[in-house]
Design a protein around this ligand. Structure first.
Ligand SMILES: NC(=O)C1=CN([C@@H]2O[C@H](COP(=O)(O)OP(=O)(O)OC[C@H]3O[C@@H](n4cnc5c(N)ncnc54)[C@H](OP(=O)(O)O)[C@@H]3O)[C@@H](O)[C@H]2O)C=CC1
Ligand SMILES: O=C(O)[C@@H]1CCC=N1
Length: 274
């Protein structure tokens, strides 16, 4: 893996979360090149991470074994089409764009490309990412191993057998960090309403989210049982949990993830016209 050269097209939140996590995990920064039109952003990225940079996407992919497409879905077509004349040995493409299908990307890239769609998330930056992956028919076992190793360097990897399931992955883990940040925000505000200083409420809320997540990831008990373990009969927690349940917390998550996944599928029509 470390001998591969990786080009990132786009150097924003998601690209920097992935290459930042890779470098922290020991991947050589000089095997990474990031491209975007903003020279100031590239200067900042080069300073912070030590990666090579260019404002020329075609130059970025020239030596690349793997090309990570990390631009907004809206502009993916205009980014891919000019690259097709530059493709010789066919690097492995990994697109992190929400909604855009492998066939659409392949068409924009001139056809016959090996393309993996990946739905990562921003905790990749701290080595705690979660990615869902799906590959087109040209993707070989070697490609799958490369993509798995790449994304495992920044978190966990789950392959899905049907492309449409990536919309569900988006709804759970791609967009998921925002749900947990929202919960931390809400818990911190509730703590302030109960009289705690903001900084104290924030530290307690963040550490509690971290502790619960760490326990859930290490325990043999499922999350529902871990929840019950905190709920002493006639104690305090059950009052809070009853209050959440009466407010329809599970239906709220069901509705929110449906809206998210529906939007991913809509984006495929909106931005994926060939
Ligand atoms: N943010 C997230 O949590 C997640 C995002 N994604 C996906 O990642 C992709 C990128 O999102 P995100 O990182 O948040 O967005 P950002 O806006 O942070 O990053 C997009 C990057 O693309 C660059 N860019 C714009 N035009 C071009 C171009 N013509 N050539 C090369 N680079 C260009 C931008 O540069 P400039 O600033 O100069 O415009 C910027 O660096 C999206 O497709 C999104 O669906 C997937 C999972 C999670
Ligand atoms: O909000 C978005 O569209 C992107 C995709 C998943 C997370 N962020």
């Amino acid at each position: 893996m470390a001998h591969q050269h990786i080009a990132f097209i786009g150097a924003g939140n998601m690209a920097s979360a992935i290459f930042g996590g890779l470098i922290d995990g020991g991947f050589p920064a000089d095997h990474i090149i990031a491209a975007c039109p903003d020279a100031d952003l590239l200067d900042a990225v080069a300073k912070r991470y030590g990666v090579k940079t260019t404002i020329d996407n075609a130059e970025a992919i020239r030596q690349a074994d793997v090309v990570v497409l990390a631009v907004k879905p809206q502009i993916m077509k205009s980014v891919c089409e000019p690259l097709k004349s530059q493709l010789k040995d066919g690097p492995l493409f990994i697109s992190v764009a929400a909604g855009l299908k492998v066939d659409t990307l392949d068409h924009w890239l001139g056809g016959g490309q090996s393309i993996i769609r990946c739905m990562p998330n921003t905790p990749s930056l701290v080595g705690a990412g979660a990615s869902g992956l799906y590959g087109n028919a040209r993707v070989t076992d070697t490609h799958r191993t490369t993509a798995t190793e790449l994304m495992q360097a920044v978190g966990i990897v789950e392959w899905v057998e049907e492309e449409s399931l990536l919309d569900a992955v988006t709804a759970v883990s791609g967009s998921g960090p925002a749900y947990f940040f929202l919960m931390i925000e809400a818990l911190e505000e509730a703590g302030v309403n109960r009289g705690l200083p903001l900084e104290t409420a924030r530290r307690l809320a963040i550490q509690t989210a971290y502790g619960a997540s760490k326990m859930a990831s290490q325990s043999e008990q499922d999350p529902a049982q871990l929840k019950r373990n905190v709920m002493s009969p006639k104690g305090t927690t059950e009052q809070a949990i009853f209050s959440f349940e009466n407010a329809g917390i599970k239906a709220i998550f069901d509705d929110a993830t449906r809206a998210c996944s529906d939007r991913a599928s809509e984006m495929s029509d909106e931005f994926g016209k060939i």
